[in-house]
Design a protein around this ligand. Sequence first.
Ligand code: MEV
Length: 328
Amino acid sequence: MKTVTVSAPGKLMIMGEHAVVYDRPCIVTAVGSRIKLTIEELSVPEFMLDAADVNVVEYKKSLSEIGAGYIPKGAMFVEVALRNVMQSAGVDNLHGNGIKMITHTDFSSQYGFGSSSAATVCVIKGLSEYMGLSLGNREIFNLAYKTVLDVQGKGSGFDIAAAVYGGTLYFMTGGKVIEPIQIDELPIIVGYSGVKADTVTLINMLAYKAKSDPSSIDGSYNEIARLVDSAKSTIVEKKWQLVGSLMNQNQELLKSLGVSTDKLDAMIEAARDAGAYGAKLSGAGGGDCMIAVAPRDKTQAVKDAITAAGGLIIEVESNVGGVKVEAY
Ligand code: MEV
């Protein structure tokens, strides 16, 4: 039986969220919590999906109906990615056979680590291997980004880039720039707020605000872009104190945009009081995670302070490799 297993990393936004949706840059790192996808051949022309982490068990559809009709929420990215690959390869069947996909994740989809984007990238890389399409990273990025836009209508694609390329990236809207930041470590502390955020709702909220006060929102995005550009070289030089200060300034702008929460603010404040160089929310805001950079000898105190403020410390490696084949 023909089979292939691939994996892709999750992501953490370091700086530049929201502004990156509007033609500004951001910095993102790939994290060591990965999604794994196995593709197996079926003898009938059907698509089957088992994705227990998102409550999809033994979902089944005829290959001729892929992307049409009812699609459960948990199957949406995977099925639309399959449709996009089949369309771009110009095939409407798989030689009379079907495929089964099984996903496993190392992390909860609650954390905002980009599990949908990582799964989308896995599907495209996995199908490329399975169907012998030899897609390069740029083609995988383009098809995955199209899938995200097809499903949720909005997004910069930064999470797709992290899942495809891995490492730590300087990224600009839609993949106009995808530039690796050459570092061997990114010592960040991650705290989960316990609240699941909805990215599209937060993007819409800012789009609405921008309608009534375009120059102020635009000004904030320009400021954020300036901070991101400074952080790019500062991270390479490992000037963590300066990186922390840039993160703090980024957080103030996010707060004034209205996307932080009391819980995130309390965790960020606690981290700074315990000696962190800097701390900010990571991602869309409204919940999910905050990140901090701290001197090595203060790391434990910062973690304890975040915990005392009601956060959950997530031990996760950053700057890890992108999508890859695990087994044939
Ligand atoms: C969400 O994690 C980050 C945003 O900038 C959205 C995006 O870039 O797609 C708010």
